[in-house]
Ligand binder design. Structure first.
Ligand SMILES: Nc1ncnc2c1ncn2[C@@H]1O[C@H](COP(=O)(O)OP(=O)(O)OP(=O)(O)O)[C@@H](O)[C@H]1O
Length: 794
């Protein structure tokens, strides 16, 4: 089996062709026999235990052997025979029970028996996975089993490469492992990608696909696929959404639910415990646990990426003596893959993770799964804890429950058949790291900022939880929790009783308000704790960071939080960010498209302004009364150029890519542009110089004429006065023109030629004096003015 960029053969083509023909002949015989044997299987009555009990092709047998897979797991023993016979399957089995092989083997075998091989055959099987990591893992299993003689071309379609590169490889594939989003993108955009002959669709971790909001994508993908296909759907937990999906995409499915009758919904090799731990003691407990388990492989789950980062960064500084890793959805794909590879290979390590690592990932030999933050629901718990005790191995899960979460969670565990027993933490062994964290936050504003973010997102995530019987925010001691993170004070979070009080208060950029209609009575206000002088000093030192932090919180709209709202389908308006500032805002008042307005506020649309204004404070109200300020918000207008046909164009119009490319290579275009610009500048320079010269000449001419006129005894003043016009005005005009002349006269001085003789200079000076003698002196004093006026009138 080949994958893009993986196959590379050096044997001569003729030999290869001959071998292929021989192989095909062998395969034809093999295929017929296999088909017959498959039809003779009796999955409903007979029981199959080993892989060798099934009629499988030689390459698949080889692959299984090389991976040392001999005995089938329950789900494999039941699902594979049915799937080989072409039935649609809805498969449910516990985590780590071997669901992956339950679909990989039928995919390989069914396509093999159909001889759906080679680039002409097109896509035969599509396997959809919710995350890239899981897709990679599935692809890896497919490769391991299929590389011993299968001739399929298989590919991984998870994004991260250019669409064009993927497009070229896609059309040649027989089997694809893909994430839904990327697959849909290609189905809608890649014309040459034909799936008309698709034989099998697999949906792995179907519940996760739906939880992650891929329902629409999957529905759309299914629309593209031929109706006459086989569909296999696997999931570790069952939900209504999964059965809805099954109803829509499967035809007369066989339900294969191997652990439905089990006493426990979790693997038998798994020991499950919980400890009652107030949130403010979580980090102390976690640290002490890690200290006591340095020779283990530990996976710790948190509710948000911010918490993961904060705990990772702070614990790293404290040198725990075990390699630490962290993974969350905000990391780049490369970093995530790197981390999964490192943790898989590690013998002793501790990985801090969000639920991105909760489902499907098969890390070998994890000793402990610690759920530091209480999971959203029991299904999430099962997926998280399922990262240990996989395939008949032993493992241990510990979930930290706050006292207020205990009762509700235990009820839910019981209802879903999850046996969790309480254990106590040995108080003697518990170390407090509060002082260390406080010290680190004091020294490192970045860490403090992270801690504040972690605090905010965690509190918000508790608040957004749907299950209010388990998550009761007022029961948590948030001040103590903030202190346990090493924060100098509790970041302010206000829960408002009603919208009216919100209207009255001036919006503060450092305040995020959360209101919950269902919890209206639970008015909790976390105010600043009593501060010592030390605390104040502490805060002052990092003032900028604190302010910045809150600004960022408001600016970002906290992506993670909004993600959680979307994912939970929770009411958007039970938390309102009072003022969301556009990213490029520098203090103005424009409302971005997604702006939210606090209750009591309003949006005003100004004629001539591109953005509406949010008016939700007195200051903004005043703004409406100031024309000067409003004009600043108006659009500046646009300069347009009209062509010969009278069509308006912008001064600079962007070409589209095709037009740009049609003109030649970018470097050539650049050179041409520079050349044309240079020529333009040179031409303009010549013209400018000529114009300046002409102007100088004209002025010189004018001056000479004036001088000549003066010599002839003419004065403008007298002439005009004689005409009965305002003599003073003309006086002024004359004075002004004489100033002009002075400027003109000064010019030759500046530009005095080095060969000009002193006698020429003298002559000019004489002329100037003569001219000055004829000029009327400007009156300087009141007496001068009176004398002048008298003279003129007389
Ligand atoms: N027949 C088998 N014999 C031995 N090991 C097996 C067998 N089948 C699967 N395994 C191993 O068991 C582990 C779990 O398998 P797999 O990842 O398929 O579980 P899963 O049911 O998909 O789990 P999850 O629901 O958590 O994704 C893997 O390490 C796999 O190699």
């Amino acid at each position: 089996m080949g994958a893009p960029g993986i196959t590379g053969r050096t044997r001569p083509t003729k030999v290869k062709k001959r071998e292929n023909v021989q192989k095909r002949k062998r395969d034809d015989v093999d295929v017929e026999k296999l088909e017959q044997a498959v039809q003779e299987l009796d999955p409903k009555h007979a029981s199959y235990k080993d892989f060798t009990d099934l009629p499988l092709s030689d390459p698949t047998k080889q692959g299984l052997k090389s991976c040392h897979f001999a005995v089938m797991t329950d789900i494999q023993a039941k699902a594979i025979p049915l799937a080989l016979q072409g039935h649609d399957i809805l498969g449910a089995a516990k985590t780590g029970s071997g669901k992956t092989l339950s679909f990989i083997i039928p995919v390989l075998e069914n396509l093999y028996r159909l001889q759906h091989i080679g680039s002409d055959a097109g896509l035969g099987a599509l396997i959809l996975s919710p995350t890239r990591e899981l897709a990679i893992q599935i692809f890896d299993v497919l490769r391991k089993i299929g590389r011993h003689g299968h001739m399929f071309a298989a590919g991984l379609l998870i994004g991260g490469k250019s669409l064009q590169d993927e497009r070229e490889a896609l059309t040649k594939m027989n089997i694809l492992v893909a994430t839904p989003g990327r697959m849909l993108q290609h189905l809608s955009q890649t014309a040459a990608f034909s799936i008309d002959d698709l034989k099998m669709l697999v949906l792995d971790e179907a519940d996760r696909i739906l939880d992650m909001g891929f329902q629409r994508d999957v529905d759309a993908i299914v629309e593209y696929l031929p109706k006459d296909r086989q569909t296999l759907l696997f999931s570790a937990t069952q939900s209504k959404k999964v059965s809805d999906l099954a109803r829509l995409s499967l035809q007369n499915p066989e339900y294969v639910s191997v652990h439905a009758e089990d006493k426990s919904a979790t693997p038998s090799g798994l020991t499950q415990n919980y400890i009652v731990c107030p949130i403010e003691e979580k980090l102390d407990t976690l640290w002490s646990f890690i200290q006591a388990s340095k020779k283990s492989k530990i996976l710790c789950f948190f509710s948000s990426a911010k918490s993961v980062r904060f705990v990772y960064e702070s614990f790293r500084h404290m040198q725990p003596g075990i390699p630490l890793l962290h993974i969350h959805g905000r990391q780049k794909q490369g970093a995530r893959l790197d981390t999964t590879a490192k943790f898989s290979a590690a013998k002793h390590s501790c990985l801090f993770a969000t639920d991105v690592a909760a489902r499907g990932l098969d890390f070998p030999a994890v000793d402990f799964v610690i759920q530091v933050d209480c999971p959203d629901d029991v299904d999430t718990y099962i997926h998280r804890v399922g990262r240990t005790a996989r395939y008949n191995r032993e493992g241990r899960g510990v979930v930290f429950l706050a006292p207020s979460e205990e009762e509700g969670m235990l009820k839910r565990f019981e209802a879903k058949k999850v046996p969790v027993e309480m254990i106590n933490v040995r108080q003697k062994k518990r170390q407090s790291i509060k002082d260390q964290l406080q010290n680190m936050c004091f020294q490192d504003p970045e860490l403090k900022y992270l801690g504040q973010k972690a605090f905010m997102t965690h509190v918000k995530s508790i608040y957004l939880q749907k299950d209010k019987e388990v998550f009761k925010l007022k029961e948590y001691d948030l001040e103590a929790y903030a202190a346990s993170l090493g924060l100098p004070g509790t970041p302010r979070i206000k829960f408002l009783k009603d919208d009216n009080s919100r209207q009255k208060k001036q919006a503060s950029r450092q305040t995020i308000e959360v209101s919950d209609s269902s919890d209206a009575e639970e008015v909790a206000k976390v105010d600043k704790p009593v501060r010592t002088k030390y605390d104040r000093m502490f805060e002052r030192k990092n003032q900028d960071v604190l302010a910045d932090h809150y600004k960022k919180l408001v600016r970002d709209g906290d992506d993670e939080f909004s993600g959680a709202v979307a994912a939970n389908g929770a009411d958007d308006d039970f938390m309102a960010v009072k003022r969301r500032i556009p990213a490029d805002d520098d203090g103005d008042f424009g409302a971005s498209n997604d702006a939210q307005v606090a209750p009591g506020g309003r949006i005003v649309h100004l004629a001539g302004a591109s953005q509406p204004l949010i008016i939700d404070s007195n200051r903004r109200e005043k703004l409406l009364q100031s024309k000067k300020k409003l004009t600043k918000l108006m659009d500046k207008g646009k300069k347009l150029i009209y062509d010969d046909d009278g069509n308006p164009h912008e001064v600079y119009e962007l070409q589209n890519e095709e037009q740009f490319r049609a003109k030649g290579l970018p470097e050539e275009q650049r050179q041409k542009f520079i050349e044309a610009a240079r020529e333009g500048v040179q031409e303009a320079d010549v013209e400018d110089k000529a114009a300046a010269k002409a102007k100088r000449k004209a002025k010189l001419q004018k001056r000479k004429e004036k001088e000549r006129a003066l010599e002839a005894g003419e004065t403008g003043v007298v002439e005009l006065a004689d005409n009965g016009e305002d003599a003073l005005a003309n006086f002024r005009a004359d004075a002004a023109s004489s100033e002009d002349d002075e400027v003109e006269e000064k010019q030759p001085k500046k530009a005095k030629k080095w060969f000009q003789s002193d006698s020429e200079d003298e002559e000019k000076t004489k002329k100037r004096r003569k001219k000055a003698a004829h000029r009327v002196e400007e009156p300087e004093t009141l007496e001068d003015m009176e004398a002048l006026a008298a003279g003129l009138l007389g």
